[in-house]
Design a protein around this ligand. Sequence first.
Ligand code: EPU
Length: 419
Amino acid sequence: MDKLHIRGGTPLEGEVRISGAKNAALPILAATLLADSPASVGNVPHLRDVTTMIELLGRMGVSVTVTDKMRIEVDASTIRECIAPYELVRTMRASIVVLGPLLARFGKADVSLPGGCAIGARPVNLHVDGLRALGADIHIENGYIRARADRLVGTRLVLDTVTVTGTENLMMAATLAEGETVIENAAREPEVVDLANFLISMGAKIHGAGTDRIVVEGVKKLHGTSYDVLPDRIESGTYLVAGAITSGHVRIKGTRPDHLDAVLVKLRDAGATLGIGPNWIELDMRNRRPRAVDIRTAPYPGFPTDMQAQFAALNTIAEGTAAVTETVFENRFMHMLEMRRLGADIRIEGNTAIIHGVEKLTAAPVMATDLRASASLVLAGLVAEGTTEVLRIYHIDRGYECIEEKLAQLGAHIKRIPG
Ligand code: EPU
């Protein structure tokens, strides 16, 4: 298993380009199943999760062609079977997003239940209940969600928890349903909007994406399209925190500042000076120690749970004490325990971590447990005295394109050790 070696202590300086958003690319690739002619998706990040989604489509018999610049052409007309097997779903929970498209387009889907996860229980009951309300016949059998339907029929769905992939699955299913579907308490994440825009470009009739009420008027069929995935707001936020935690000066380009409001507020509170253009953000924290900032995660437009661990890392060396509260997932504090091994002063009380900033962290081997947790350990390693070894970085490769190259470009001393 590869690991990363990071020698801390260098303020980062320079410019980095942000990749396409993983959490938009995955549902968009699944949505290509809905089209009756080939679809082409650009700005797809080169990530392990994307490779898994391509493999999943390929196993079904769908033809997928990857061009050198990460443009992916998908032709679903060659599909042989509507199955998402356990061996792939267990490596990527987001595989669940093929459920809605398969059912809506082909009338059947056998998708393995994802099972446990390092950050919380993460059930998919709302996906299943919503599809049942649209008329699907669904049984859980041998660890699989077995769903069957003739044509789905639109209805009013009220989600009792805000769910991102749940909203996406139901919105995709509704595009080919008969009549109107209303999704109340829908997720408002930019990735949901990007997926809606992709579906609209294939001929879907969708209104209200980006609000908590999405209305889908079903159509008989959808056609191929050409579309570029939006920039990754979590990758953007992670590089900005990398600049802040090292008292550096970084500029990220090819991003969408309007998707980062809650994160930028916290970076300013931490003492960063920000310059913002139409598609770039510059952060200056030179010669300053960050100030502690309280964090409370919430669905968009609140502070993203996917940025919680990175801000926890920032708080470990900040001036003052911060409370970091996780409200979206019930077990997303594993990184806190690893950061303690670097000398962080963290006390956990239920879903809140109280972090007293220390003057310095000291290097140690640490273990990544999930994607964002591993990013936070890399950030901590950038400031820890000595060489921090981050193990199990396959988690990072699921969601950060060329992280060591991009950080090295900003002057970090970071090396991948193949193993
Ligand atoms: N939930 C239910 N029932 C459901 C679905 C969700 O109770 O049927 C609960 C979950 O257990 C959780 C909450 O609802 O407590 C929100 O979960 P959500 O469904 O929104 O999460 P998700 O769709 O599985 C996506 C991202 C995650 C991100 C969350 C929250 C993708 C592929 N994944 O997950 O991204 O943390 O939304 O914003 O879009 C990551 O990229 O590292 C990552 C984990």
